[in-house]
Design a protein around this ligand. Structure first.
Ligand SMILES: [Mn+2]
Length: 347
């Protein structure tokens, strides 16, 4: 019997299209500056918070002064990542202002709009990014955390080891934006970055349990209410779900609890596009659009003045949940029509 030929897994930096000039240029820019303020986006998620925490800690490690903007919307679930990094005093005067994971100025958190003319560096991964900074590092990656990783790699020698706190922050960023490496945006690079985090010895089990395998009671009740009222269209290819303000009030569900709830409707068999309408204050709704490859969520959200990625996008619209659902129903044909056209031109 012939011995098994040894399979050698080679994952050197040169094999991954990452060490491009853009990262070196950005790294050189960071090296020249001294006092940084890093801004996370409105309704902050794991990616923006993890990216900010990793970058802030890395800059401090270089001997720089770095703080994260005090975004009041950072939730208890993610606060530990930024503890000790947040600029709590208004007296801090940065020489360089950076946004992470923030596609446009409209996504600046409340209170940070005063910085809108002064953004020095935009670090992001959204294809819809409006390039509003003096220098923009916008790469087409699954998560902003991956861009941060490459930026750190540009400073480092081959085989460098990420400090555990930075590895944890990057892992949170990449794992949350990829749905624990299960969404269509997940690539070999996402897994490579996660592997580089794992090498630092962080507890994947502990982090994954907190992020992906724990449901609060409030969330469980909200989910059941939402699924009870879900409606299907186009032979089940489209689903629209509503999270009413009344169920939010009666359960006291938090923003942390509701994270990623948009993926619930899109996981139903046969659904190509799912809209999750959340009634928010002032008679407005926040709509999250999720798609499974066949349709573009970005195009669907654009019909209502929103945007995002192909697989995940969103928009805000005035009206009750039911009114917004009617608006969506009325334009569903446009979503599927435009996809047919796109498919035709590709042939
Ligand atoms: Mn992101």
């Amino acid at each position: 019997m012939k011995p098994n030929k040894k399979v050698k897994l080679v994952l050197h930096k040169e094999n991954v299209p990452q060490q491009s000039m853009v990262y070196l240029a950005a790294a050189e820019l960071l090296a020249r500056r001294d006092n940084f303020l890093i801004i996370t986006h409105k309704r902050p998620d794991g990616d923006t918070i993890g990216s900010a925490a990793a970058l802030c800690r890395f800059l401090r490690g270089l001997g720089k002064t770095a703080f994260i903007y005090n975004n009041r919307e950072i939730t208890p679930k993610y606060y530990p990542l930024v503890a000790g990094l947040v600029a709590l005093s208004h007296e801090y005067v940065p020489d360089t202002i950076i946004t992470v994971d923030t596609a446009s100025l409209a996504m600046l958190p409340t209170g940070a709009t005063a910085y809108r003319e002064d953004i020095d560096i935009v670090i992001d991964h959204h294809e819809s990014n409006t390039r509003y900074g003096k220098y923009c590092l916008v790469e087409n990656r699954a998560a902003c955390g991956e861009v941060i990783y490459e930026l750190i790699a540009a400073f480092s020698n081959e085989g460098f080891l990420l400090p555990a706190d930075i590895a944890e922050a990057i892992y949170v960023a990449v794992s949350t934006d990829t749905g624990c490496f299960s969404y269509s945006n997940t690539t070999a690079e996402s897994l490579f970055v996660a592997a580089r985090c794992a090498v630092s010895g962080i507890s994947l089990e502990r982090i994954n349990k907190i992020l992906f395998r724990t449901t609060s009671r409030a969330r469980a009740i909200v989910e059941s209410d939402m699924m009870h009222g879900i409606k299907f269209y186009e032979n089940g290819r489209a689903a629209v779900a509503i999270i009413s303000s009344s169920i939010q009030e009666s359960t006291g569900v938090s923003a942390d609890d509701l994270e990623n709830i948009a993926s619930v409707a899109s996981s139903i068999e046969g659904v190509d596009i799912a809209y999750t309408i959340t009634e928010i204050a002032d008679g407005e709704c926040k709509v999250s659009v999720r798609t499974n490859g066949a349709v573009s969520a970005n195009n669907a959200a654009k019909l209502f003045g929103g945007g995002g990625h192909r697989g995940a996008a969103g928009f805000v619209r005035k009206g009750s949940g039911k009114q917004v659902r009617r608006d969506i129903e009325n334009r569903l044909n446009l979503v599927f029509e435009s996809e047919i056209k796109t498919a035709d031109t590709q042939l």
